[in-house]
Ligand binder design. Structure first.
Ligand code: ASP
Length: 407
């Protein structure tokens, strides 16, 4: 089965990487990365057609407008609520483990960085002036907007829209087959990316930062198990073990590729095939989640903000902590689901409470390792929301959910 192959590839790649690092062959690890890059490019290739086609299909299958509005509100509420919770977990572990204590760094006072677009501009920016440009630039929110409008219009066209509906259903089958084809190459991609990471980061880079790494990893694991596990078990009344089994493939691809947008085709396939979520729900919640729902990123920003404060000996007030919760929620929404996206947005969080931006340089040295954990949590959160909404809307096939099988 493919998940077993991916898991094996993950371990073998790590082993090879460690050997390459210990024997001073980092350059070979760098060349192996090319295979991983090819795999990631191949999954990125299908993102735009997959989001557009599956969301149009989802829309044409959903004719009840008030139901769509309800699903939208539930999804956004879930995404925001769990994100705020994730930062609190990050702040908790940053306080308990004191990852930056004793580093005694000094830095100049920071200047405020421009925050970029205003809220109004961001909201208006969701409407694509040119849908083709939105697709060409891979602007997911704009693609979602256009797909929803296009799907609704297909419904409004009544009988005359039927050929379009049929065409999109056929296209959907083709795009899904394409996604499966690319996913079958996942073991090679995962192997190469792990060999590269393990080969590049030696112990001398990792040891001084081990407390931050530990705080982020343990925070992510606990958030996944406690928050998502209990939401799935208590609210959706589903077996959480089946949930975690069913999303193993996207988790492994997220862990190695560090891109939740890039993992999207694998996430969509796992939700429909392993967990039995109907395309009507998954085609909306998953692309939206890959764009705005980043609990792992938010948790990481909580931990690293405290790390920087401790390392530079800055005392944060209760008000500062609340500011971090608010800015990290916004920063995580604004973070692109690409490798290292969260590191860039960390500047926003640090500036909001006057912490030195030099801290980013220290984190940057190990950011890939942290990115692996946070991207996995980001993807896990999207899946948890999808299962919850699907269950509440009666769009979850319980037989598929309860039957252990993988892609
Ligand atoms: N790499 C993360 C993701 O794709 C974003 C981040 O850097 O925090 O989900």
């Amino acid at each position: 089965m493919i998940w077993q192959k991916i898991l094996l590839a993950l371990f073998v790649g790590t082993g090879l990487g460690i050997i390459l690092n210990l024997t001073g062959n980092q350059a070979i690890a760098g060349s192996i990365k090319l295979i991983g890059t090819a795999f990631v490019s191949a999954i990125k290739m299908i993102i735009v057609p997959l989001i557009f086609v599956s969301l149009v299909c989802g829309m044409t299958a959903m004719t009840d407008l008030s139901r769509m509005g309800r699903i939208g509100i539930k999804t956004v509420a879930f995404y925001l609520g769990t994100t705020a919770f994730a930062i609190i977990i990050g702040l908790l572990f940053g306080t308990l483990l004191q990852p930056g204590a004793g580093l005694n760094l000094t830095a100049a006072v920071t200047e405020a960085v421009p925050t970029g677009q205003s809220f109004g501009e961001t909201v208006l920016g969701i409407i694509p002036v040119n849908p083709v440009a939105a697709a060409a630039n891979g602007n997911v929110l704009q693609i979602i907007f256009f797909a929803i409008a296009f799907g609704l219009a297909t419904n409004l066209a009544g009988d005359r829209g039927t050929p379009v509906r049929d065409l999109f259903e056929a296209l959907n089958s083709v795009v899904i087959s394409l996604a499966e084809l690319v996913i079958s190459a996942a073991p090679y991609g995962v192997f190469a990316l792990m060999a590269w990471v393990a080969g590049t980061y030696g112990m001398d880079v990792l040891l001084p930062m081990s407390k931050v790494i530990f705080a982020v990893y343990i925070g992510c694991i606990l958030h996944a198990v406690l928050v998502y596990g209990s939401l799935v078990a208590i609210i959706a009344r589903l077996n959480p073990i089946r949930f975690f089994q069913g999303i193993l493939e996207p988790q492994m691809v997220a862990f190695t590729s560090t891109s939740s947008s890039g993992t999207l085709p694998v996430t969509m396939a796992a939700n429909s095939k392993n967990l039995g979520v109907d395309n009507k729900i998954a085609s909306f919640t998953l692309p939206l989640g890959a764009t705005i729902n980043m609990d792992g990123t938010a948790l990481y920003q909580g931990v690293t903000a405290l790390f920087v404060a401790q390392a530079y000996g800055v005392d944060l007030t209760m008000g500062n902590h609340i500011t971090i919760v608010l800015t990290a929620t916004l920063a995580s929404i604004g973070t692109a689901g690409v490798p290292g996206g969260g590191l860039i947005m960390l500047s926003l969080v640090l500036t909001s409470v006057g912490l030195p931006l030099e801290g980013i340089a220290i984190i940057a040295g190990i950011d890939r390792i942290l990115d692996m954990a946070r991207t996995t949590l980001n993807v896990t959160g999207d899946c948890a929301c999808t299962v919850l909404i699907a269950k509440s809307e009666d769009e979850l096939n319980l037989d598929t959910y309860n039957t252990p099988h993988a892609l």
